[in-house]
Design a protein around this ligand. Structure first.
Ligand code: SF4
Ligand code: SF4
Length: 377
């Protein structure tokens, strides 16, 4: 029983990505205080103590989590050891960072926290991701690769998120080739592909030129999949491809949250002030808030009516909009925040429904020579 908790200890960031998921920068100056960290760790510890089967995966997110500095993560370690005691081993710590500020001073602390892998993101299209007002991509690239080298020397792996925009949607093969070459050793890295979402900064009308349609994104994923599938022995693991393959071979194999359809039971998010949300994406959108750490333990959070309502989404969709869809077991109607942002409803199927149909029908099934059949849920 693994619970993933996305923690945004700061919304401040040292980079300037045009499609940043954090809307506005008014929350940027807030940093998690010692009091919030202590209360958060008490909640985690209490949750673990109540059931020995529980595990907690904390993803230190942001903003940019390295801006919190080494001392913050020393306090994290100390609080986990002191408050969780013999259960501290059931806490996993992970980081989602742009890595630009990574340096040797973090090494010892991250080792104590068991951080052997860092989630990051990369953009090869100029002027979309960079430093300062002018979105300096060149400086960004230099700092990114310097940090990646330091992490490699430390044997810390990289999980790279790539956001597909109109600038890259017609380059599926080039994109996964380029990303795969970031590390010489594919075992040290993984890739996650996402479309640009009309959320955060990307909601602004002046960024509409970057949007991709569900159909365009379906063909991007399909072409990238066919290229990857035939060469996967030399490529890193790429999601969602690996998850779909695993699910085909082994019914019930784990999918990422936006395909698994069970995030009401598995995910939570905490902001710098102690606010509790469904996840980081919900937090960014200001949706699905379940109170604060100061008035709720995690048992209360999982009993929150809104969170319980998410659990009914599978049932509603499988009997409704997703009806007899052959791909339901691989999709579950997608992310509820996605459905709310595009259709103003939690129990609507994802805007990217067409993406998944194109992907499975035109690429996945022909490449594997199979036909997916509806499975019982
Ligand atoms: S709301 Fe969406 S992004 Fe958040 S945990 Fe659920 S599926 Fe994942
Ligand atoms: S592909 Fe579309 S219809 Fe099928 S499960 Fe996904 S969202 Fe529902």
């Amino acid at each position: 029983m693994m619970t993933t908790i996305i923690v945004k200890a700061t919304e401040n960031c040292n980079s300037n990505c045009v499609y940043c998921s954090v809307e506005g920068k008014e929350r940027a100056v807030v940093r998690m205080s010692d009091k919030v960290l202590e209360t958060f760790t008490e909640r985690v510890s209490g949750y673990l103590a109540a059931d020995e089967r529980r595990r907690v995966n904390i993803v230190w997110h942001g903003g940019e989590p390295l801006l919190m500095g080494k001392d913050f993560y020393e306090k994290v370690f100390e609080a986990q050891q002191r408050l969780a005691g013999k259960n501290a081993w059931r806490i996993m710590n992970n980081l989602q960072s742009n890595i630009l500020l990574y340096n040797e001073t973090f090494e010892e602390t991250f080792e104590k926290l068991g951080i052997g892998y860092i989630g990051t993101s990369y953009e090869y299209v100029e002027k979309l991701r960079g430093l300062g007002k002018n979105v300096d991509s060149e400086l960004y690239n230099r700092q990114f690769f310097e940090a990646a080298l330091k992490l490699k020397k430390r044997k810390i792996g990289l999980g790279i998120i790539y956001v597909v925009t109109s600038k890259s949607v017609n380059k599926p093969v080039e994109t996964i080739n380029l990303l795969s070459n970031i590390s010489m050793n594919t075992a040290d890295m993984s890739i996650r592909i996402n479309p640009i979402y009309r959320e955060g900064e990307a909601k602004k009308s002046e960024l509409a030129y970057l949007y991709v349609t569900a159909q365009e994104y379906g063909h991007f994923l399909g072409k990238a999949f066919v290229h990857w599938h035939g060469r996967r022995h030399i490529f890193p693991q790429i999601q969602p491809f690996q998850g779909f393959m695993d699910r085909y071979l082994k019914p019930g194999a784990i999918l990422t949250c936006d395909e698994a359809g069970i995030c009401g039971k598995t995910h939570m998010g905490v902001d710098a002030l102690g606010g509790i949300y469904q996840c980081g994406r919900a937090m960014d959108a200001g949706l699905l808030k379940y109170g604060t750490l100061f008035d709720n333990d995690f048992e209360n959070v999982f009993d929150n009516p809104q969170k319980l309502d998410l659990d009914t989404r599978n049932d509603v969709l499988s009997k409704g909009e997703c009806g007899s869809c052959r791909f339901f077991d691989y999709c579950h109607g997608g992310c509820p925040v996605d459905s709310y942002n595009y259709f103003d409803a939690w129990h609507h199927k994802t805007y990217f429904c067409e993406t998944r149909k194109i992907f499975f029908e035109q690429y996945f099934e022909p490449a594997l020579g199979v036909r997916l059949e509806r499975r019982d849920i």
